[in-house]
Design a protein around this ligand. Structure first.
Ligand code: FES
Length: 74
């Protein structure tokens, strides 16, 4: 029996910025946006890899910490 490779349909490919570097953008009165692959280390020590982009709350109003849910606008 031959091995068969199948792509995972829900796999999100890693996106790189044009320079290949991870970038951090501070949005005025909004979140910190990280563009590029990065790893989050949570307070309990668990780690989560974000392959492309994530917005992190800076206002502490998000119901989905540490991520921005748009609550800073209200
Ligand atoms: S920065 Fe967007 S909810 Fe806090």
């Amino acid at each position: 029996m031959a091995l068969k490779f199948q792509k995972n349909p829900i796999f999100t490919p890693i996106k790189k910025t044009k320079t290949g570097m991870t970038k951090v953008n501070l949005i005025d009165n909004g979140p910190l946006v990280v563009v590029g692959e990065h790893t989050i280390t949570h307070p309990d020590g668990s780690q989560e890899v974000k392959p492309s982009r994530a917005s992190y709350c800076r206002c502490e109003k998000s119901a989905n910490m540490p991520f921005c849910d748009g609550a800073h606008k209200g």
